[in-house]
Design a protein around this ligand. Structure first.
Ligand code: NAX
Length: 366
């Protein structure tokens, strides 16, 4: 049996986590041979609810679930974690403007970035789901000067999966027959679901659908899918969001299928002309626990306009939280090459590879 990995989850008593934690404990995220330790984090008021969730997890008697720990603060909760799933966030309250929401969450995510910097495993992989996900990822990453920005990602896999599901339904095929959808930009209604590189049964998707359906129905529907679900269900997406978290982490850690493209929100390195220093959803491939932006995809005039719109929104969001972005990390976030470094996996009990050993280090270059 392998050594258990530590997975910290914030917002662990919330709706998404109620779908997510059971999947993780069942081995759907990290593999069927990987035991897990769940470090569950909530706000103090939700600790009782969290205890209930922990009891249910225990009652499932999952063979891979090694330990569950409960925490009402991130400093303890992130201690030595190998993976951090930042799901919890403040929802938009009555009369709250978008800017207010961003400011409240900015404070939460700057504290979480600092706690990851100080207490998490040096190789921690972080996935931010709490909204506004891209900008929250930026805040967390900018507040973690000792970690590489490439260790932070935000969730745009739900948008990717939504696009895949809708295209499959339109073409009368299953999601398995569809490849290489790309979501560009922000996890918001400005995101751009791009089908120009997608294939259905290995043939270009654009040749199998109407351009007018693509532009006038498909794109707005993917962009607005979150609201469509809230209107229908009275509650926001939870099970599909949990599945997307599992998919994104699984691909990041265990790799994508050969040749397959997936979408992931990551720090822009300037690829495709997108300004550096913002978290933007790009087409990526993953292998050996790393992701790499797929280069050289053709971006036509229609696509370019959409990319620019979502890029501008992210730059505007960044402007709102600028005061919470420490200056010391500005350079590492606009010049990725200077902050890429080697890391070693350290275990809490000190039995991991020696930090000094140059043979055991892994290269985090993207
Ligand atoms: P819930 O309101 O059901 O749960 C959120 C939980 O987070 C609550 O239990 C709350 O107590 C906890 N929490 C709040 N602040 C916290 C903090 N500082 N530390 C630890 N826990 C904290 O929301 P849920 O439906 O689970 O959604 C969670 C977040 O995901 C929301 O921000 C939501 O907007 C966002 N989403 C992001 C998606 C994406 O694709 N990026 C899609 C789904 C979802 O809408």
């Amino acid at each position: 049996m392998r050594r258990p990995v530590r997975i910290a989850v914030t917002g662990a008593a919330g709706a998404i986590s109620y779908n997510l934690l059971f999947k993780i404990a069942a081995g759907e995220m990290m593999g069927k041979d990987q035991p897990v330790i769940l470090q569950l984090i909530e706000i103090p008021d939700a600790m009782n609810a969290l205890r209930g969730v922990a009891m249910e997890l225990e009652d499932c008697a999952y063979p891979l679930l090694h330990t569950i720990t409960l925490h009402d603060n991130v400093e303890e909760g992130f201690s030595n974690c190998h993976y951090a799933l930042l799901v919890g966030a403040r929802p938009r309250g009555p009369g709250m403007e978008r800017r207010d929401l961003m400011e409240v969450n900015a404070e939460i995510f700057s504290r979480q970035g600092k706690a990851l910097n100080d207490f998490a495993n040096r190789d921690v992989k972080v996935l931010v789901t709490g909204n506004p996900a891209n900008t929250n990822a930026l805040i967390a990453s900018r507040n973690a000067p000792d970690l590489s920005p490439s260790q932070f990602t935000c969730l745009t896999r739900l948008d990717h999966n939504r696009a895949k599901g809708m295209l499959a339904s339109q073409c009368g095929v299953t999601a398995r027959d569809i490849k290489n959808i790309v979501i560009w930009g922000n996890h918001s209604p400005t995101q751009y679901p791009d089908l120009h590189h997608a294939t259905v049964f290995g043939q270009p998707a654009m040749g199998q659908i109407d351009t007018s359906w693509y532009r006038d129905e498909f794109i707005p529907r993917v962009q607005q899918r979150g609201s469509e679900i809230i209107n229908a269900r009275g509650l926001s997406s939870a099970a599909s969001a949990a599945q997307a978290i599992v998919d994104q982490m699984n691909n990041w850690c265990l790799g994508t299928e050969p040749g397959e493209i997936v979408s992931m929100g990551i720090l822009s390195d300037g690829s495709y002309g997108i300004q550096k220093g913002i978290f933007f959803s790009f087409p990526v491939r993953c292998n050996y626990g790393r992701y790499q932006i797929v280069q050289g995809l053709d971006v036509g005039e229609f696509s370019r306009q959409k990319l620019t719109a979502t890029e501008l929104e992210l730059l505007e969001e960044k402007g709102v939280v600028e005061s919470l972005l420490p200056e010391e990390t500005e350079e590492s976030h606009t010049n990725l090459s200077i902050c890429l470094k080697s890391g070693v996996t350290l275990y809490a009990d000190g039995t991991g590879p020696s930090q000094e050993s140059k043979f055991m280090s892994n290269n985090r270059v993207l």
